[in-house]
Design a protein. Structure first.
Length: 86
């Protein structure tokens, strides 16, 4: 396959992978699926459902780092709990 059409990279390799046999993220988290056994192995989370776990994880880390550094300021809870549009 020519490089301009994928050349065996990215989704061009998807036909060679049986995604139904791969563990899900919840299975990995609860220990039903084995994780990496060495630093040489790679973990890939395929987010084809739009769950946004990566944003929650990154946001949690950024929030914790900001709190530790004393950066930012608290926002009033009522800004996010109003039932009418301002």
């Amino acid at each position: 396959m020519p490089a301009e059409t994928g050349g065996g990279r990215g989704w061009a390799t998807a036909d060679a992978i049986d995604f139904s046999k791969l563990p899900t993220l919840p299975e990995l988290i609860v220990g039903r699926a084995a994780g990496r056994t060495s630093d040489d192995e790679v973990t890939c989370f395929l987010n084809n459902l739009g769950l946004g776990y990566q944003f929650a994880a990154a946001g949690s880390l950024l929030y914790r780092k900001a709190k530790e550094a004393g950066a930012g300021h608290d926002l009033p809870t009522d800004w996010f709990t109003e039932d009418v549009h301002p």
